[in-house]
Design a protein around this ligand. Structure first.
Ligand code: NAP
Length: 331
């Protein structure tokens, strides 16, 4: 239908999705295991109508300006803090993302991290590997009870609510905070809306599920950690930039926090010698929240749905800047 449309895909993605894209467009796929360097990305996108990108790609105003034919940006992720959406909107370019399809998978990973951190699974495995398992120790590797604890959810959106649903089974008291109350969702899980400081003060475990924005950057800083309960645990499966990692390290090292589970960091990856990678009571996983075969396949297909819609001049099924349609009268 539009055989001449050129698309750059910034990494290899599940084949079923790529096949659908290749059937309708001329597709250039970045073949390397690491993301394209910024200059290379900019060069490859320069003559493209479509871009399928990942959260590891910086899609800034300069890159968008250097791609005069670009008509659609489709991100294979729900978060899109790596994209200058305002610059895309100014050019009338719709930006797509993949909400919903990864919600339950990311909530599962959040719980894996939450349980592993609270019950110090990694410390236990490391102690075996170091030959330190000599006996049942009444005082060894003591963690935090999850059942019956108070869970504070920062951002009761799709993933936050899915995490809360799982918490019901653990008999947890659930608090949440965010820009506004979510009475319907909260009622379903028995969650109570509180302000940020109350959530910090009262939660045994705090789990972050808000987007990274200028307002949430370093929301968890030294001040926030000081307000958390002694022994509390922090879980972050949202975005690394929401947490000040130096302040977190200090809060765990000092013994004020009981541990941290991080699926996301800033930068990613953290340098191998970063102290958080080797800190007792801290577990870092390599941004695997959505990493199951089924979910990654669904995400890729959703990203292709968005991309193909954009190339056809149709409304993107999952668009983060729908104002492009009203602005341009394409509504
Ligand atoms: P979502 O449905 O949009 O939920 C985000 C929630 O955060 C919304 O309820 C929002 O409230 C709230 N929020 C916004 N600003 C806030 C603030 N300052 N303080 C507290 N809450 C705030 O998004 P989602 O699908 O659940 O995804 C959440 C985030 O998870 C994504 O942005 C992404 O960065 C991350 N993520 C990570 C992985 C991974 O692999 N680790 C996978 C998927 C997603 P309002 O609705 O009232 O604005």
């Amino acid at each position: 239908m539009f055989p001449m449309a050129r698309v750059f895909v910034t990494r290899r993605i599940p084949q079923s999705a790529l096949d659908r894209l290749q059937a309708e467009a001329t597709v250039d796929v970045w073949p390397e295991p690491l993301p394209p360097p910024y200059e290379e990305l900019r060069r490859r996108v320069a003559d493209c109508e479509g871009l399928l990108c990942l959260l590891t790609d910086r899609i800034d105003a300069d890159l968008i300006a250097a791609a005069p034919r670009l008509r659609v940006i489709s991100q294979m992720a729900v978060g899109y803090d790596n994209i200058d959406v305002a610059a895309a909107t100014a050019r009338g370019i719709p930006v797509g993302h993949t909400p919903g399809v990864l919600t339950e998978t990311t909530a599962d990973l959040t719980w894996a991290l939450l349980l592993a951190t609270a019950r110090r699974l990694l410390d236990g495995v490391r102690s075996i590997e170091a030959g330190q398992w000599r006996t049942w120790d009444p005082l060894g590797l003591l963690g935090t009870d999850v059942h019956g604890a108070t869970l504070g959810i920062v951002g009761l959106g799709r993933i936050g609510a899915a995490v809360a649903r799982r918490a019901v089974g653990f008999g947890m008291c659930i608090l949440y905070t965010g820009p506004r109350e979510k009475p319907d969702v909260a009622a379903g899980v028995g969650a109570t809306y509180v302000d940020f400081d109350t959530l910090l003060r009262e939660s045994d475990i705090v789990s972050i599920h808000c987007p990274l924005t200028p307002e949430t950057r370093h929301l968890f800083d030294a001040r926030a950690f000081a307000r958390m309960k002694p022994g509390a645990i922090l879980i972050n499966t949202a975005r690394g930039g929401i947490v000040d990692h130096e302040a977190l390290l200090e809060a765990v090292r000092s013994g004020h926090l009981g541990g941290a589970g991080l699926d996301v960091t800033e930068p990613e990856p953290l340098p191998a010698d970063h102290p958080l990678m080797h800190q007792e009571r801290v577990i870092v996983t390599p941004h695997i929240g959505s990493a199951t075969v089924r979910t990654r396949t669904r995400m890729a297909n959703m990203a292709v749905d968005n991309l193909l819609a954009g190339l056809r001049g149709e409304r993107l099924p999952y668009c983060v800047n729908p104002e492009v349609y009203t602005k341009n009268g394409r509504g």
